[in-house]
Design a binder for this molecule. Structure first.
Ligand SMILES: Nc1ncnc2c1ncn2[C@@H]1O[C@H](COP(=O)(O)OP(=O)(O)OP(=O)(O)O)[C@@H](O)[C@H]1O
Ligand SMILES: [Mg+2]
Length: 130
């Protein structure tokens, strides 16, 4: 369960989130809708500790994530977030961007990672982007 209690977030003078209160129960599916710039991403970032609320608290399964005793990495390991921007490396080609992470994180060889990357590009109709 996620419990958001009186969360506010400002960037300088810009008050983005004001006194937000809600609970999301296990298994519940919630959609946040609003105009661009209304604070949807900021709210999500507050839920996983990528942003610190200016005031108020976020608790996950009863643990307040800003509490110094709470290991945020453990909580984040259970949370997924798809970023709006892809954060590609601008100095890499498309293929190199796909090959990089499996080589670093999973220690795949360049050959294996490249083969897999080309297959992924083919699946999404981007085979020419290598
Ligand atoms: N790190 C930051 N520093 C300063 N201002 C920020 C920062 N992050 C977000 N903002 C501002 O907070 C407001 C809300 O931005 P946010 O990205 O949360 O909106 P959003 O609802 O996700 O918009 P979109 O629909 O375009 O994704 C905007 O005015 C934005 O400029
Ligand atoms: Mg957003």
């Amino acid at each position: 369960m996620i419990t958001v209690n009186h969360v506010a977030k400002s960037f300088g003078e810009n008050l983005v989130l004001s006194d937000i209160d809600f609970e999301i129960n296990d298994g519940e599916v919630v959609v946040v809708i609003g105009p661009s710039g209304s604070g949807k991403s900021t709210l999500l970032r507050c839920l996983n500790g990528l942003e610190q609320p200016t005031s108020g608290t976020v608790a996950v399964d009863g643990q307040v994530i800003s509490d110094a005793k709470v290991k945020i990495e453990k909580i984040r390991a259970k949370m997924g977030m798809v970023f709006q921007q892809f954060n590609l490396f601008p100095h890499y080609t498309v293929l190199e961007n796909i090959v990089h992470a499996p080589m670093v994180v999973k220690h795949e060889t360049r050959d294996v990672a490249t083969k897999h990357a080309k297959e992924l590009l083919r699946q999404v109709g981007l085979a020419e982007k290598n």
